[in-house]
Design a protein. Structure first.
Length: 90
């Protein structure tokens, strides 16, 4: 599988509120962990309702996090929409 390069993440107000209130993760933390970071650990996965998505494993505040990204309308293919982010260590 090829490399994943995320130049920019669009984060809606609804998703930002969800990750902040439910998981205590800020949009700025997600951006810092994923935008313009080489060597992201990810898996390409199909969701029956939402379509293709990228499941990115990264770290925020030293804890493992799963970040879910979806395609954005971008001719270069390096801009994504945030679907969610949550800690994976319980």
């Amino acid at each position: 599988m090829g490399a994943l390069w995320v130049a920019k993440i669009h984060i809606s107000a609804r998703v930002e509120e969800k990750i902040n209130s439910k998981h205590q993760i800020t949009a700025d933390e997600v951006r810092a962990a994923v935008e313009c970071v080489e060597g992201l650990d990810y898996k390409y996965s199909f969701h029956e309702v939402r379509g293709w998505r990228w499941l990115v494993k990264t770290r925020i505040r030293g804890r493992p996090v799963m970040v879910v990204l979806y395609e954005a309308a971008d001719p270069l293919g390096d801009i994504y929409r945030l679907g969610g982010a949550h800690f994976t260590d319980g």
